[in-house]
Design a protein around this ligand. Structure first.
Ligand SMILES: *Cc1c(COP(=O)(O)O)cnc(C)c1O
Length: 453
C-alpha cells in the first residue's frame, strides 16, 4: 500500500483546507462585535453537532461549518468587553494572529537544539519581565501552560533547594495567605505537603509579622512562603516587602504568585503595590490574563534559574544529547517536557507595539475599576465589599440572597448582555467585575449596574 498523501502533501485539497481555515481566522480576528454566546446542554449540543467522526471524514467545509455554527456559538466569547467573570482574556490582535504562526511553523519550544530561535525570543520577553519586576539580569525561567503549573514548578524547585541544604523534616510545609489562590493547595496535594494558611488583615493583605509567627512555629519544615500579587477574588496585593524581610532573615524561599495581578507592576500608577518584589526567589505572571496573550501561557521566573533546572531536568537515554550540554532548554525549568513555544505570541505583540501601550492599557483598567467603584458607592442599593487596588471590583446588592444573584447572572447571559457570575466572601454572595479588557467601557459597566435596580 502506498502512503496516503491526503493529510500531509500540498495538494489542491490542502490549499482548500488552508484557505478555509485562514479565511475563518481572518474574519474572527477582524470582527469586534462577536456575540457573547453561551453553553448548551450536552444532549442539545450532541444533536446539533451530529456525528462528525467516521471512516471517510466529513470534509473540511462541513467540519468548519459545524464549528462555526454549532460549536463556537456554544463557547462564551472570553474576549468580549462585557465578559467580566473569573479572569477574562483579551489577546491583542498581534498576539492572537501570531498564534497561528506558532502552529503553522511546527516550532518546538522544549530545547535549544531544536528551537533556539524561538527560545531566544521567549527569553528576551522573560528577561524584560524580570527587569520590570526588579529581578537580577541573571534571572530566567520558562513559559508554562498556566499559573497552576507555574506555582507547582516553583514550589517543587523551592523544596528541592531546601532538600539540597540537608533539611529533612517529617512533613514539608508551605505558608501562604488564607486568601491565596486554590492552585497553591492543588500544588501541595500533588507534592504531598501541608499548607499553613496565615490570616491576612481585614483588607485581605498578608503581612510579614503574621508570616513570622507561622515560620517560628514550624521552623525549617517550611520550604517556601507564597505571597499573592493580586488575589483572584479581589485583586489585593500582599505586603511583599514585609513578607520578604522575614523570608530573607529566616532563609526561606519567597514565591510570588502574580498570575493575574503582577501585570500591574508595568503600570507606573500601580508599581508601588509591589514593593519588595525584587526579593522574590521565584514568581509567576500569566500573559493569558492581563498581558494580552492568547491561552495558554504563564511566565515562570526564578531568581537563580539553576535551582529550577536542578529540580526539573528529566534524564533519559534518548535525552542525553540535550541534557549533557549547558544549552538553555526550556523543558528543564518546570514539570513538563514537550512544549509549545507559547511565549511567542507575547513576544511578537510586545515587539510590534512596544511596552508603553501595555502600560497604558493596564493603567486604563485600573482607572476604570476606580471609576466604577465610585459609581457603586454612589448608589444606595449597592455596597462595595472592598476598595479595589487593581482591577477587580466586588460589591453587594442590598437585600439580595444567593438565588437573586444567580437569577440576575443567568438573565444577563441569556439576554447576551454580559457575563458576570456571582462570587462570595465570608459566606456572603456578591457580584464581581474583573476588568482587564481594554475594550470594556464605563458605560458597559453602568449598564450592568442598572440591571440590579
Ligand atoms: C489564575 C490564577 C492562578 C492559576 O492560573 P491558571 O493559569 O488558571 O492555572 C494562580 N494564582 C492566581 C493568583 C490566579 O489569579
Amino acid at each position: 500500500m502506498t502512503r496516503p498523501a491526503r493529510m500531509h502533501d500540498v495538494t489542491d485539497e490542502t490549499r482548500h483546507i488552508v484557505d478555509l481555515v485562514l479565511n475563518y481566522s481572518r474574519q474572527r480576528l477582524l470582527t469586534d462585535d462577536n456575540p457573547l454566546d453561551k453553553p448548551l446542554p450536552p444532549a442539545e449540543l450532541a444533536r446539533l453537532a451530529g456525528v462528525t467522526i467516521n471512516e471517510k471524514g466529513i470534509g473540511a467545509q462541513k467540519a468548519l461549518g459545524v464549528f462555526e455554527h454549532v460549536l463556537a456559538p456554544a463557547c462564551i466569547t472570553t474576549d468580549d468587553p462585557r465578559y467580566l467573570s473569573f479572569i477574562p482574556s483579551a489577546p491583542s490582535k498581534a498576539a492572537a494572529a501570531f498564534d497561528l504562526v506558532v502552529s503553522a511553523s511546527a516550532l518546538y519550544g522544549g530545547s535549544w537544539l531544536e528551537g533556539a530561535g524561538a527560545v531566544h525570543a521567549e527569553n528576551e520577553v522573560l528577561r524584560w519581565l524580570a527587569g520590570e519586576f526588579g529581578l537580577p539580569a541573571t534571572a530566567g525561567g520558562v513559559f508554562v501552560q498556566g499559573g497552576t503549573l507555574g506555582n507547582l514548578s516553583a514550589l517543587v524547585a523551592a523544596r528541592e533547594t531546601a532538600r539540597e541544604r540537608g533539611i529533612r523534616p517529617d512533613r514539608w510545609r508551605v505558608v501562604c495567605s488564607a486568601e491565596a489562590h486554590s492552585s497553591i493547595a492543588s500544588a501541595a496535594r500533588v507534592m504531598d505537603v501541608e499548607v499553613v494558611t496565615v490570616a491576612p488583615d481585614a483588607g485581605g493583605v498578608l503581612h510579614g509579622d503574621a508570616v513570622r509567627t507561622a515560620l517560628e512555629e514550624h521552623g525549617d519544615s517550611v520550604f517556601a512562603v507564597v505571597a499573592t500579587a493580586g488575589s483572584t477574588n479581589f485583586g489585593i496585593v500582599d505586603d511583599i516587602a514585609s513578607v520578604a524581610e522575614v523570608t530573607r532573615e529566616l532563609g526561606v524561599w519567597l514565591h510570588v504568585d502574580g498570575a493575574y495581578g503582577l501585570a500591574a507592576a508595568l503600570s507606573p500608577e500601580a508599581r508601588h503595590y509591589f514593593a519588595g518584589l525584587e526579593h522574590a526567589d521565584s514568581l509567576i505572571v500569566d500573559p493569558h490574563k492581563w498581558l494580552f496573550a492568547p491561552f495558554d501561557a504563564c511566565a515562570l521566573l526564578y531568581r537563580d534559574p539553576e535551582l529550577g533546572r536542578r529540580a526539573h531536568t528529566q534524564h533519559a537515554e534518548y535525552l542525553d544529547t540535550l541534557t549533557e550540554t549547558s544549552d538553555w532548554s526550556p523543558s528543564d525549568f518546570a514539570a513538563h517536557l514537550t512544549r509549545r513555544a507559547r511565549g511567542l505570541p507575547l513576544w511578537f505583540s510586545l515587539a510590534t507595539y512596544g511596552a508603553e501601550v501595555y502600560r497604558e492599557a493596564i493603567t486604563a483598567s485600573i482607572t476604570l475599576a476606580e471609576q466604577i467603584a465610585a459609581e457603586i458607592e454612589s448608589r444606595d442599593e449597592l455596597e462595595l465589599v472592598r476598595r479595589p487596588q487593581l482591577s477587580v471590583v466586588v460589591f453587594e446588592r442590598r437585600g439580595w440572597d444567593k438565588a437573586d444573584y444567580t437569577t440576575w447572572s443567568n438573565r444577563l447571559l441569556d439576554d447576551q448582555h454580559a457575563f458576570v457570575t456571582p462570587s462570595s466572601h465570608g459566606g456572603r454572595t456578591n457580584a464581581r467585575f474583573a476588568i482587564l479588557n481594554p475594550r470594556t467601557r464605563f458605560e458597559d459597566l453602568v449598564g450592568i449596574l442598572n440591571t440590579m435596580g
